[in-house]
Design a protein around this ligand. Structure first.
Ligand SMILES: Nc1ncnc2c1ncn2[C@@H]1O[C@H](COP(=O)(O)OP(=O)(O)O)[C@@H](O)[C@H]1O
Ligand SMILES: [Mg+2]
Length: 234
């Protein structure tokens, strides 16, 4: 479904991604793990042409994305939930979801608030709550729900577990895994939290200094315990 690279990415003169190759199959869950500054967000932004300058191919459902602006890529079925969540505090959860529907371009039939709440039952009791009165876990749930409004085929989540308490992380991973299966949604999630990533994906890539240093399933990752200390531990 998604085929990337080899891809290079730049911010001005700064060369951040070096020949990154990565793929996500239809309905597949894939994690991209790496430390702060490894290039995870840069890769997700590159997929939507939302930041870095890139050199190299990105194909989605067989179609080259070069030259397509962000909104056209979104219309094809790519949806990014950025790491800063960006929930509006002065309006309700339901209104945050409605705003996302208004932001969908032509050619997209957005999910209604009730449909998103049906996908994520944990949102149901907080639909009327102000965005400023949500816990970190609730904010992240709203952010993911908002990412689902345009009915993406591939959901891109940027470090969803960051800053959340361990119990909440477990709930969020379980909910995301459930929605993914129910909707046959493909997922590319960046993380530093191995447990979270494992709970909602089938396999993983490790990125370090803008280079992919490992690719395999979770069993292959577990068979090499040095990977976690080398590329993830602080
Ligand atoms: N807007 C930007 N301008 C210049 N450099 C950036 C910008 N965003 C990120 N970088 C640099 O690119 C590298 C990768 O950053 P990023 O993709 O945000 O890493 P991660 O998401 O894995 O923490 C880092 O060295 C970071 O300092
Ligand atoms: Mg990041």
């Amino acid at each position: 479904m998604l085929e990337v690279g080899p891809l290079d990415a730049f911010y001005g003169d700064s060369h951040v991604l070096h020949g990154v190759s990565l793929a996500v199959g239809a309905g597949e869950g894939v994690a991209l793990l790496g430390r702060n500054g490894a290039g995870k967000s840069t890769l997700l932004k590159a997929l939507l042409d939302a930041g870095p300058r890139t050199v190299g191919p990105v194909r989605f459902e067989g179609r080259p994305l070069d030259g397509l602006p962000t909104h056209r890529r979104a219309r094809l079925g790519l949806s990014l939930v950025p790491e800063d969540r960006r929930i509006f505090g002065h309006i309700s959860v339901a209104e945050n979801l409605e705003l996302a529907a208004h932001a969908c371009g032509p050619g997209v039939v957005p999910r209604k608030v009730a449909e998103v709440a049906a996908l994520f039952p944990l949102l149901q009791p907080i639909l009327d709550r102000g965005g400023a009165r949500l816990s970190g876990g609730q904010q992240q749930m709203v952010a993911v729900g908002r990412g689902l409004v345009p009915r993406p085929k591939l959901l891109l989540l940027d470090e969803p577990a960051e800053g959340l308490a361990p119990l909440i992380v477990e709930d969020l991973a379980r909910e995301i895994a459930r929605v993914r299966r129910a909707e046959n949604l493909a997922l590319l999630v960046t993380e530093q939290n191995v447990d979270f990533a494992r709970a909602c994906t089938d396999r993983l890539y490790l990125i370090d200094s803008g280079t992919i240093v490992f690719s395999g399933d979770w069993a292959a990752f577990d068979a090499r315990p040095e990977l976690e200390s080398e590329y993830l531990a602080l």
